[in-house]
Design a protein around this ligand. Sequence first.
Ligand code: RIB
Ligand code: CA
Length: 311
Amino acid sequence: MKKVILDCDPGHDDAIAIMLACASPELEVLGITTVAGNQTGKKTFANARQVLTLIGSDLPVARGFDKPLLRELITAPEIHGETGLDGVELPAPLDKPCAARAVNFIVEALLSAEEPVYLIPTGPLTNIAGALLLAPEIKEKIKKIVLMGGGVLVSNKTPAAEFNIYVDPEAAKIVFESGIPITMVGLDATNKALFSFEDIETLSQLGGKVSAVAAQLLAFYARRLKRFFDVKGAHLHDPLAVAAVIDPAVLDTKFLQVDIETKGEFTRGATVVDLYGVTGKEANAEVAFGLDLSKFKSLVFNAIKSLDERS
Ligand code: RIB
Ligand code: CA
């Protein structure tokens, strides 16, 4: 089994990513850390704990930064609502909150792990950068950072940038310049990780507790994506990063050099990908361009079905 830590900002697609990670027999989830992004740090922390309560997991959830390293927090209520998981009633969390904060949890979990651990960030990279700043020695205990973020020819928050990188570009720069193996699961691939309205209906017909909530979450999320981007379904951005750890063959990637723009007036948070090697700089990330959609959908459906059987 691959040991993983999921760092997320639930967020509707993050919630499905949590379900996929926790249900996967290939993964041993050491814990969940949360970060401000789609909603405030308080709300994403509560949301992660409520999703785990729904699926009957007692995994520790450690709360992370409430704002980016340098900039003011920008959230996404227009997509994820005021709670960050609008569209569904979730059970109150049963567990008591994890005493450790996210950066300390990540550092301690990595330093005590017998083998290197996969980090799967699906929100702004503030916690990951914070852990690297606090304890650079954790680098040799990180197998790979498989992050949802960025885009080569696609953006969503601005004409130049994807939301997770845009919110904390300085944190992203620290991560991409760390020398740690990275897979960048960006919008070029995740916009193709689309659950159609029919897929959502299929989910709602499964008849289980978890599948019913997942369907409600995706139905809300799809309505917002339709309103703002005229999308016909729900982009499962974050679950694709988890799927890429479960089965790397689900992604089509190229090993390329990626820089993060932190100074541009119009280009803040852009992932500047050297497609043709013109910079002469060393490649630093496997960049995703596409996916095996059928394999991905099977992973997600099977994960949610197994959570229904467990609950
Ligand atoms: O741009 C998509 C990303 O931003 C996803 O991780 C979504 O949850 C939001 O955090
Ligand atoms: Ca997210």
